[in-house]
Ligand binder design. Structure first.
Ligand SMILES: [Zn+2]
Length: 232
C-alpha cells in the first residue's frame, strides 16, 4: 500500500457532516496550498424520511453528492469506508481501518466530530469521534501496533493537531466570513438531505450558528472546534 501524504484529513461519520462542520475552513486551507482529504465512514443509507427510498440507491446518491461537495471545496481525495448508516461500533476492525488511513495520508491535522457531546447525539458521530481519537493515539503512532500494516509499508505516524466540530467546549474559532457562500454551495450539493433548495429556516439556522461561533472575535462568521494539540 502506498502512502499519499496530505496536510489535513477530515474523517466524517456521514456524507454531509464535514460540510456542516468544517467546509468554510477547508476552503482556507486549500487556498493556502494545503492538501485536504476526506474519509467518509458510513454510506448514509438511512438518511431519509422517505419510506419508499431504496437504501442502496440512497447510498449511491449520497456518494455522488459527497464527491460533488468535496470537488467544490477543493478536497483532493475522498475515501468511502461504506459502513452502514446507524451501525458504527467501536470495534478493533473499524479502529484499524482508521489507523490504516491515518498512516496512508500522514496528516498534520485531523478533523472529526466531537464524541463528547452530552445526551442526545448521533451514535455514529459519537463512535467516529472516539475511534478517531483512539486511532491517533496510541495506535497510529505506535510501531508495535499492527505489525501487518508495518509490513505493508504503513509506518507509524504522529498527528500534530485534532479539531473536533460540534463541540460543547470550543476553544478554537476559524473565520469563515469570506468562505461562507462556498460552504453553503457545498451544502447545496447534498440535495437528498437539504432538498433542491436550502430552506430559509435551515439557512437561518446555519447563519445563526456561524455568528454564535464568532462571538467575541473580530470577524462575523466562524466554524468552532475543540482543538487538541498533541505534543508527545
Ligand atoms: Zn451525521
Amino acid at each position: 500500500m502506498m502512502t499519499k501524504p496530505a496536510q489535513v484529513m477530515v474523517i466524517t461519520p456521514h456524507p454531509d457532516d464535514a460540510e456542516f462542520g468544517v467546509a468554510g475552513t477547508i476552503v482556507h486551507w486549500v487556498r493556502e496550498g494545503k492538501k485536504v482529504v476526506y474519509v467518509v465512514c458510513t454510506n448514509g443509507n438511512k438518511g431519509t424520511s422517505d419510506i419508499n427510498m431504496n437504501p442502496d440507491e440512497l447510498a449511491k446518491i449520497r456518494e455522488q453528492e459527497q464527491l460533488a461537495a468535496a470537488k467544490l471545496l477543493g478536497v483532493s481525495d475522498v475515501t468511502f469506508l461504506r459502513y452502514p448508516d446507524q451501525a458504527l461500533e467501536d470495534t478493533p476492525e473499524f479502529r484499524k481501518e482508521i489507523v490504516r488511513w491515518i498512516r496512508t495520508y500522514r496528516p498534520e491535522t485531523v478533523v472529526t466530530a466531537d464524541p463528547y457531546r452530552r445526551y442526545i447525539w448521533h451514535r455514529d458521530h459519537r463512535v467516529t469521534g472516539q475511534v478517531v481519537l483512539d486511532a491517533i493515539f496510541p495506535y497510529a503512532r505506535d510501531n508495535r501496533a499492527y505489525p501487518d500494516l508495518l509490513e505493508q509499508g504503513l509506518q507509524p505516524h504522529k498527528v500534530k493537531e485534532v479539531l473536533l466540530w460540534a463541540s460543547e467546549d470550543p476553544n478554537y474559532r476559524s473565520d469563515i466570513t469570506d468562505t461562507f457562500d462556498i460552504k453553503m454551495a457545498a451544502l447545496r450539493c447534498h440535495k437528498s438531505q437539504v432538498g433542491d433548495e436550502i430552506s430559509p429556516d435551515l439557512k437561518q439556522w446555519i447563519i445563526q450558528r456561524a455568528k454564535e461561533n464568532a462571538k467575541g472575535e473580530d470577524f462575523e462568521l466562524a466554524e468552532a472546534f475543540h482543538r487538541v494539540e498533541i505534543l508527545w
